[in-house]
Write a protein that binds this ligand. Structure first.
Ligand SMILES: Cc1cc2nc3c(=O)[nH]c(=O)nc-3n(C[C@H](O)[C@H](O)[C@H](O)COP(=O)(O)OP(=O)(O)OC[C@H]3O[C@@H](n4cnc5c(N)ncnc54)[C@H](O)[C@@H]3O)c2cc1C
Length: 335
């Protein structure tokens, strides 16, 4: 149903009453006036859905609904949505490809803002190098394939890493071939008040599987510098990484990749495996028999099952090795 600005996927409620569609926590955007205000802020190029199940937007395929899910059509729409959320007091959370997210069963109150429609991608020569402007919603796969097509090296590390560039920048995604920090020169984001903020590389504070980019901001664009490289060497690296992943990682199950960060000098998977936990299940959640740091959804797992296995693995590793594992996946929402 098309309603003025943005596409509405669920009818706006007629009154300001607050019973949640999930029978539990109330939606903050139940009232028709609130929904209309969000639609107006989003504008005609954006998509807006209310009571949107987030399981549809995460690779683990678990999690309850967001009060509202918005995919702004451009950075200006992101700014308007953030400003409206700040004004109304609705919590506002960015989401990319959902490949590193575990949403709890009670869902997320407020507005989830997706980078899905921020798909700009341009390459321009800059001396011997090439400057790339890439929208936060461009998939890492698309960025890699376009770089490979142009004979540009620097993002081979993205082979087999799912998700969006925005999520990748936030997480400083990477593999043994490299990570985002090595190619990023600037990041543009929208702050909670709706203001555009630009940071150079050093101000992003990239670290192992993380950054100092404020979680309340939404990245809208990144700038990278890539260099020309022998296409055969690029292809060999990409193929090598894909082959290695095929051998070592679980397939055919919903997952979010590694659940825990590797502790300094060791591997979370090795430690969990040494605790004898491979194959341990809670409902349809499982510590993968293929790779112990992948806690997967084999069918209809609940977020709580996955979290119970994570707690079990963490406690066992702490007791046996005295090492405290830190979650790599981001857990959001209400139980
Ligand atoms: C099969 C599989 C393999 C994987 N392999 C790897 C790997 O080899 N290396 C690796 O590093 N990771 C890996 N991951 C994890 C995941 O792919 C990365 O962390 C990825 O960069 C997350 O991007 P996303 O767009 O899916 O982010 P999401 O999962 O949507 O979000 C992750 C975090 O980033 C934030 N975020 C997302 N977009 C934005 C934005 N535009 N602005 C601000 N914040 C934002 C979210 O709020 C959240 O906190 C793997 C995951 C899977 C499922």
């Amino acid at each position: 149903m098309a309603v003025g600005a943005g596409r509405v996927m669920a009818a706006a409620a007629p009154s300001a009453e607050v019973a949640g569609p999930r029978g539990g926590a109330a939606s903050l955007l139940r009232a028709a006036e609130a929904r209309a205000a969000l639609l107006e802020a989003a504008g005609p190029l954006s998509e807006v859905r209310f009571d949107e199940p987030l399981a549809r937007h995460t690779t683990l395929r678990v999690g309850g609904p967001a009060d509202a899910w918005v995919a702004p059509g451009d950075a200006a729409a992101v700014a308007r949505v953030f400003a409206r959320c700040a004004e109304a007091g609705w919590p506002c959370r960015p989401i990319g490809g959902g490949s590193n997210l575990l949403v709890r069963g009670g869902g997320v109150r407020g507005v989830v803002v997706s980078s899905d429609r921020l798909r700009g991608l341009s390459f321009s020569p800059d001396g011997a190098a090439t400057r790339v402007r890439v929208g936060a919603g461009v998939t890492t796969g698309k960025l890699l394939s376009e770089a490979v097509r142009r004979g540009l090296g620097g993002v081979e590390f993205l082979a087999g890493v799912p998700g969006s560039v925005g999520g990748g920048l936030c997480m400083n995604a990477g593999t043994y071939l490299g990570e985002f920090t090595q190619v990023v020169t600037a990041v543009r984001s929208v702050d909670p008040a709706g203001q555009l903020v630009e940071r150079d590389h050093d101000a992003c504070g990239f670290r192992y599987r993380g950054s100092a980019l404020p979680p309340a901001e939404m990245i809208v664009e990144g700038e990278l510098v890539l260099g020309a490289r022998d296409p055969a060497a690029i292809a060999a690296d990409v193929r090598g990484l894909r082959d290695r992943r095929r051998e070592r990682e679980p397939h055919g199950v919903h997952n979010a990749g590694s659940f825990f960060k590797n502790p300094p000098g060791d591997y979370a998977g090795r430690l969990i495996e040494q605790c004898g936990l491979k194959g341990t299940r809670r409902g349809d959640a499982e510590i993968s028999p293929v790779h112990a740091n992948w806690i997967v959804n084999t069918g209809a797992a609940r977020a709580e099952d996955l979290l119970e296995l994570a707690a079990l693995a963490r406690a066992a590793v702490e007791e046996k090795f005295g090492v405290t594992l830190e979650l790599e996946v981001k857990v959001v929402g209400e139980p």
